[in-house]
Write a protein that binds this ligand. Sequence first.
Ligand SMILES: C[S@@+](CC[C@H](N)C(=O)[O-])C[C@H]1O[C@@H](n2cnc3c(N)ncnc32)[C@H](O)[C@@H]1O
Length: 260
Amino acid sequence: MSDYEWFKKAVYDLTKIDLNAYKEKQMKRRIDTLIGKYEAKGYDEFAGMLKKDREVLNTFVNYLTINVSEFFRNPDQWRLMDQQMVPELMGKFGKNLKIWSAACSTGDEPYTIVMLLSKHVPLNQINILATDLDTVAIAKAKLGVYNEKEISGVPSEFKSKYFTKTPDGMFAVSNDIKSRVTFKQADLLRDPYPKNYHLIVCRNVLIYFTEEAKDITFRKYYEALAPGGILFIGATEQIINYKDIGFERKNSFYYERPSK
Ligand SMILES: C[S@@+](CC[C@H](N)C(=O)[O-])C[C@H]1O[C@@H](n2cnc3c(N)ncnc32)[C@H](O)[C@@H]1O
């Protein structure tokens, strides 16, 4: 077994994160950078540090998971969601949509969904499930405090309505928005998927998965959707074998599980 193979096993034993499901070159490059930062001599010594020091382990998981996110990331996608997807889904399923933001990172994405939906229904009718692997990202999401760059894409009417400036120049999202989202820690590779969702939003995470892990995940999303439900993926992503899975392609980034 190579050093890296052994390291992947050690990481799995410690964290239950399966590095085999992520693109190896990219992942190895990130891990090697972190090993350099901690001045460890190699995978073996670094695994020892991860075992001994909870702080190093948390930093490792947080670094590995790449939490980059921002509100209204890729505005064209959100415009289409506002003008096409949401009216279409409400026409089919009514106003109380079941929505899952999978790999929600620091909360920017599920809070974006709540703001956008607030144009269509009263806030108290909105309930979003938001999950991520990384507990540090979820803690930040629950706190709901962001810097200027992270909220730079928020339309001005929402900025004034739903954010307050903190004394240290950050922006806190209002409780009215926060209370509409339920955050949970969950691993897309291991944990069971919920059922009967009308909209699943999963953007900018499967790009890190191997083709095999990606295919398994798309199939699980298909099963997690109600017939007529929609899977919304990242602007640079696509599902090549969508027909094979059973999806209907509505647009390069949104796919429907056809109604029976
Ligand atoms: C680049 S962020 C994307 C955030 C958001 N969806 C967006 O597009 O702005 C990727 C997120 O995927 C999460 N992630 C990585 N592997 C995961 C897994 N196996 N299960 C659940 N979440 C995972 C990371 O923790 C990270 O928060």
